[in-house]
Design a binder for this molecule. Structure first.
Ligand code: ADP
Length: 458
């Protein structure tokens, strides 16, 4: 059975049908029982009324009169003396067995087996004189039961009809949108993201449809981003490679003066370095983008980490006649970070300060904490970032307007790598910049500072 609406419809049918069967037996038997009781009660009352009449006058006339009355009615009567001899009867049948068992009772039901006997019977005894037996034909009860059975049969038919209607409704309300969603996901799988499922409300199905729409638009966006990214990469690689090929061709010329050759060789070297940086950055981004990229956080002494960083970068700054200055709190701070990743973040930011600052300027690494959060600012007195560039600098391949002319021009990937790494550290990065004072990047690493009790002994 493949169709959900048929499955649900049949389930519905089974539930309703079982319910109906249960109700049928329960209602049927209780209705019939109460009807028989009612009949017996009215029979008994009628017999009692005759008994009252006969108690005052147990004469042949009165007895005949009672029998006559009952002949006219739907019930019947037999009046006997104390020994059980019939004195009067509105029935032509022989009821000896009934009479002899009724004589054991004072008052009450003599026969109630309406299913097998032609009559139900009650008896009312007239003290010291005789008995009044009342008879009710069971045909009327049988008719009632036939009617009831008919009703239940009709209800059964209505249930079956309702089941069909419900199967149709379910298939419209449930299966059709589900089928549409299935088709949409197949479409997505085949790479076509131009789907738009209709809004069908806010229930589970509606939410599922919305999620699929959202998924399709995200995938579309991702696909566009990926194509854009690939286009950027090929563009970025093509330019230096064209230069490389062009200059390599020139260098091959035998008649080229030695100084010229050296000039071109150094350009080739520069371009090769550029390609290398680009490939390294791309590799880095690919690693971060990978599903399951994990930080390897470890508690370390912040002062050790910064001393190591200073030691590593100071020569590069010195080489450009710049100064690298570190400002940090005096107390011993222990931080829980992935030191290699944070080093990578700071490497990119310090490298930018080097690239975009003039000689004889200073770059300061300022560190402070706020409860458990670690803050690191990289403040330079460089050329600053133009206001129109500021909102874009963290985008992949985005380069500031002027940096295209710099000999140290980068790949435009550095800050996007920084942002990804800061995010992976559950942190945040902000930037302030102006042409006069330079640029300040501030990183906040949430919960990176460890309390004394969490730390380790040196
Ligand atoms: P790039 O490889 O070009 O340096 P980044 O992603 O590191 O790429 O930086 C993006 C752009 O932001 C740079 O091209 C530059 O214009 C600007 N920028 C980044 N850091 C600084 C800085 N410290 N001073 C001035 N401009 C900066």
């Amino acid at each position: 059975m493949k169709n959900l609406s048929v499955k649900l419809g049949l389930l519905f049918f089974l539930i309703i049908f079982t319910l109906e069967l249960f109700l049928f037996f329960f209602l049927h038997s209780s209705l019939v029982e109460s009807r028989v009781e009612e009949e017996l009660f009215s029979l008994q009352s009628r017999g009692d009324a005759h008994k009252d009449t006969l108690r005052t006058s147990f004469e042949a006339d009165t007895i005949q009169h009672v029998a006559l009355m009952e002949r006219e009615a739907s019930t019947d009567v037999i009046v006997t003396n104390l020994k059980g001899s019939v004195l009067a009867s509105s029935l032509s049948l022989d009821m000896k067995k009934i009479i002899s068992s009724g004589m054991k009772l004072q008052n009450g039901v003599v026969e109630n087996d309406w299913e097998n006997q032609p009559y139900i019977v009650t008896v009312s005894s007239i003290p010291n004189q005789g008995y009044v037996f009342m008879f009710q034909n069971t045909n009327s009860i049988q008719t009632l039961i036939d009617r009831l059975n008919n009703h239940f049969f009709i209800t059964g038919l209505i249930t079956a009809f309702l089941t069909i209607v419900i199967i149709i409704l379910l298939s419209i309300a449930l299966v059709r949108p589900l089928n549409k969603m299935k088709e949409a996901t197949i479409q997505i799988k085949s790479g076509d993201f131009s789907i738009s499922l209709p809004d069908i409300g806010n229930d589970e199905l509606g939410k599922l449809a919305k999620t699929i729409n959202l998924l399709a638009s995200e995938l579309k966006h991702l696909k566009q981003e990926r194509s854009q990214f690939l286009a950027n990469i090929s563009h970025e690689l093509k330019t230096p490679l064209t230069y490389l090929k062009g200059y390599a061709d020139i260098v091959q010329r035998k008649e080229l003066p030695i100084e010229e050759r050296e000039k071109y060789l150094s350009i080739i070297q520069e371009e090769a370095k550029r390609i290398n940086t680009l490939v390294e950055d791309l590799f880095e981004l690919a690693k971060i983008d990978q599903y399951g990229f994990k930080m390897k956080k470890q508690p370390i002494h912040l002062s050790d980490f910064l001393a190591h960083l200073h030691h590593k970068f100071e020569p590069a700054f010195h080489h450009q006649s710049m100064r690298l200055h570190v400002e940090m709190p005096k107390e011993n701070i222990i931080v829980n970070i992935d030191s290699a990743r944070v080093e990578q973040i700071l490497y990119n930011l310090l490298d930018n300060s080097l690239k975009y600052s003039q000689t004889a300027t200073e770059t300061t690494l300022k560190i402070w904490t706020n409860t458990n959060d670690l803050y690191i600012s990289i403040v330079d007195n460089g050329s600053g970032i133009q206001e129109k560039d500021l909102p874009h600098i963290f985008k992949r391949f985005y380069r500031g307007t002027y940096s295209n002319h710099s000999s140290n021009v980068g790949s435009g990937l550095g800050l996007s790598i920084v942002k990804e790494l800061v995010n992976a550290h559950n942190g945040d990065i902000t930037v302030k910049s102006n042409a006069k004072t330079g640029t300040t990047f501030t990183i906040m690493l949430k919960g990176a500072v460890l309390n004394e009790k969490d730390t380790f002994s040196r």
